[in-house]
Design a protein around this ligand. Structure first.
Ligand code: ADP
Ligand code: MG
Length: 269
């Protein structure tokens, strides 16, 4: 089934926010599954040593599973490591294992340490027999070399923001880091998309955060709000996204709607 416009070139997103628990991984896997369901071919790169995206997409990521670590540190071609997610024929995942925890330190002494993911991804996209439409890179909650590799490999940054009191705290640091990357390492990078997550309509606070973020970033914020939903948080324990776990739940429908907005907006100029 194909119901959304497909981009002519792969759109490569880094999903970033140096805060933990704001919905980076949840957003990565559910947008990826939503776009795959609507006809796109999608790759998720799990760049967090926790491997939560790999878990949610139902792909193997035991310590001995070939992973993104081997790609970044040992130059193993991505095509040898990528797995298909049981979620969809169109959805692939480059898993993360516990070995990735050491990569941050190991990268320091490697040549072209900021470009390693980009080089591997470019080769993969050029040589894979079918065209990919979207790549989502799920980042760890830090601004270290793994996250820098993600910013260098991407063209767009997607920032999930939790609708709570400290939402905007730390955001200016994230944005100035992205500016540094843009200036020195990746002139093509743009913060194209902001998604408000864990929205609870009953609280005034959540509505205030929504208003503040929309005032600050009128171009980037998606209209769709992701509600706080138990179904969303339950899905990963079944190795599933909410899109397949409970397709008609409000959480699933909101991620499908956000995916539609992203597809219809297209890549930034
Ligand atoms: P991050 O990757 O930024 O650390 P996660 O995506 O892992 O954040 O989300 C943190 C926690 O919040 C997880 O337990 C996740 O299941 C839960 N969560 C994320 N989004 C929602 C939501 N919309 N409603 C309810 N729980 C959510
Ligand atoms: Mg995460």
């Amino acid at each position: 089934a194909q119901s959304l416009p497909l981009p002519p070139e792969p759109r490569i997103f880094t999903v970033a926010n140096q805060k933990g628990g704001v919905g980076k991984t949840t957003t990565t896997v559910n947008l990826a599954a939503a776009l795959a369901r609507e006809g796109a071919r999608v790759l998720v790169i799990d760049l967090d040593p926790q491997g939560n995206a790999s878990t949610a997409l139902g792909v193997e990521h035991r310590a001995d599973t070939p992973s993104v670590y081997d790609v970044i540190i040992n130059d193993v071609p991505m095509i040898e490591v990528v797995q298909k997610s049981p979620e969809s024929e169109q959805l692939y995942c480059l898993p993360a294992t516990i070995h990735l925890a050491g990569a941050e330190i190991e990268l320091v002494s490697l040549v072209a340490r900021e470009q390693r993911l980009r080089t591997a991804l470019d080769t993969f996209l050029d040589t894979f027999p079918d065209q990919f439409h979207y790549v989502f890179i799920d980042c760890p909650p830090s601004l270290g070399l793994l996250t820098i590799n993600a910013f260098v490999a991407a063209k767009e940054v997607l920032i999930p923001i939790q609708c709570e009191y400290y939402a905007l705290e730390g955001l200016s640091q994230l944005l100035s880091n992205i500016q540094l990357i843009e200036r020195h390492l990746n002139p093509d990078l743009a913060v194209s998309t902001i998604l408000l997550t864990m929205y609870d309509a009953r609280t005034n606070l959540a509505n205030q955060v929504v208003k503040d973020v929309r005032d600050h970033f009128p171009e980037q914020v998606l209209r769709t709000l992701i509600p706080r939903s138990v179904r969303i948080s339950e899905a990963p324990s079944y190795g599933q996204t909410v899109i397949s776990y409970d397709a008609n739940s409000p959480g699933s429908l909101s991620y499908l709607e956000a995916a539609g907005e992203i597809a219809h907006r297209g890549a930034p100029e």
